[in-house]
Every structure is written in structure tokens, then in C-alpha cells.
Design a protein around this ligand. Structure first.
Ligand SMILES: [Zn+2]
Length: 260
């Protein structure tokens, strides 16, 4: 599977015959996107939206018109997509909270609007295999950044949307509606065994980079993906003991403060 960034938040995964476009940038990036799409010599049956913020769904309606793609979206945001409106999220730390609040005051509602998508929508609210569309790929609900954030595992790549931030080296998203879910979202991503992670913003990162920041922030151990393919009973039992240990630590241990 070849993976390239087309423009803005938009990625393309293709095998030279067919491809999936991931995310749809902001409205003003349409002409740049259009010229990239027009030069493609293969079919795009699917447009995958990691979530529906204006900078990820801005050109979704136009891309669907150009390609005829069906649009995969998290079920919790399907109505946002149909209406062409998704509120911007809260900041996860003091500075991004100020930016988020200021955005609402300076341009109330305006930046959050985009052309609605009203047809051929595939809402997803649970793990979904895309083999029925001819792709060896899986959709995984992530939440965290928005209630309906979803990720896409295809080949060695995982498209994480804004649950991972690829700018400036700190992968923790500066904006999230459900920050309590970021740890679980990162675990979901790491457990897919994907080697490369494609964030909505910034460049592709390696699994090791995310794993390192996961441990720095959350401390506890996760399944690193180095367990054998056929896992023994002992493996599952020891994993359960580790999980119980984590719950006990979280319940009775000293509280940790991740976000300042
Ligand atoms: Zn976003």
C-alpha cells in the first residue's frame, strides 16, 4: 500500500489500482486538492473521514462529487456531516483553551461550517472490516478528539486523525472533546501493530514514537505488539493480572496529573 499526503489534512492510501482518500481538508484547499485528484489514474471508491471538523471535512462534498466515493464517518458525527457543521473542540491545556475560546469569539460558527454531505454515507460505530469494499483494512472507533473520531488501519499504516498530533514533536492532541479517552485511543492504535501512524496534522510518525510518548505520559505497560501471533493461555492470564494491577493502581494509588 502506498501512502502519500495530498494537501492539508488529506492522505491517500492506494495500491496503484484503487485508493482510499483519508480526510478532506478545509474549503479553501479545494483547488489544490482537485488538481491532485484529477491526476490520479485509479478509482477512489471510499472517502474516509477521521472526524468532521471543518479542516477535515471542508472538501468532503466536492471530493465525493469528483470521485463518486462513499463516505465513511463515525456514527456520532454522521448528522454533523449531513448538516455541514461541527463545533470546534475544547483545548486540552491552558494555551489551546485560549485559542479555542478566541476562535469562537472572533468568528462565531463561521469556521465550523462546510458543504454538507447528504448521500452515500457509511456511519460506523464499532470495529468494521472494509473487505466488502475490496480493501484489506479495518475501521476502529477512537473517540477522544471528538465523540465520533475513527481510525483506519490499512497495511502497515494507521490513520489517526487528530487523536495524534504530528506537529512539533508532542503527539498529545492540543484539542479534544473527550481528553479522558486519549489513553485508550492511543492503546487502540498501538494494538493494531501498525508500523506507521499518519496524523491529521503534520508528518507520518513511527509506532515507536507514539509508544515512547505513551509510556512517558501514562507510565503503565501496554501490549507492545511483540507477543507471538499465537498467544498462549499464560499470555492472556498474565495480561489480565497486569490489567487488574493497573486498575488497582488507578483506584488506590496516588493520583497522576497528566495535563497541566
Ligand atoms: Zn479536529
Amino acid at each position: 500500500m502506498n501512502v502519500v499526503k495530498l494537501a492539508g489534512t488529506v492522505w491517500l492510501a492506494h495500491d496503484g489500482q484503487r485508493g482510499i482518500i483519508v480526510d478532506a481538508a478545509r474549503k479553501r484547499q479545494l483547488s489544490a486538492l482537485k488538481s491532485r485528484i484529477e491526476s490520479l489514474e485509479f478509482a477512489i471508491p471510499l472517502l474516509f473521514l477521521t472526524h468532521t471538523h471543518y479542516d477535515h471535512a471542508g472538501c468532503a462534498e466536492a471530493l465525493q462529487r469528483y470521485t463518486g466515493a462513499k463516505v465513511i464517518v463515525g456514527a456520532a458525527e454522521a448528522d454533523c456531516l449531513r448538516q455541514g457543521y461541527t463545533p470546534v473542540p475544547k483545548g486540552t491545556h491552558a494555551f489551546s483553551r485560549v485559542v479555542s475560546d478566541a476562535g469562537h469569539i472572533i468568528v462565531p460558527g463561521q469556521t465550523e461550517h462546510y458543504n454538507p454531505v447528504t448521500r452515500d454515507i457509511i456511519p460506523v460505530d464499532t470495529k468494521k472490516d472494509l473487505s466488502e469494499y475490496g480493501f484489506d483494512a479495518q475501521v476502529l472507533p477512537l473517540g477522544a478528539h471528538t465523540a465520533g473520531s475513527i481510525g483506519l488501519k490499512i497495511g502497515e499504516h494507521f490513520f489517526a486523525g487528530d487523536t495524534v498530533f504530528g506537529v512539533g514533536g508532542v503527539l498529545y492532541p492540543p484539542f479534544a472533546d473527550c481528553p479522558d479517552e486519549i489513553q485508550t485511543a492511543w492503546e487502540t492504535i498501538l494494538n493494531t501493530q501498525a508500523k506507521y501512524i499518519c496524523p491529521g496534522h503534520g508528518r507520518m510518525i513511527t509506532r515507536e514514537q507514539l509508544e515512547k510518548q505513551y509510556h512517558t505520559r501514562y507510565g503503565n505497560r501496554i501490549d507492545t505488539g511483540r507477543a507471538p501471533a499465537r498467544k498462549s493461555k499464560i499470555y492472556y492470564e498474565s495480561k489480565m493480572i497486569l490489567r487488574i494491577g493497573t486498575v488497582v493502581k488507578a483506584t488506590f494509588g496516588r493520583p497522576r496529573h497528566h495535563i497541566n
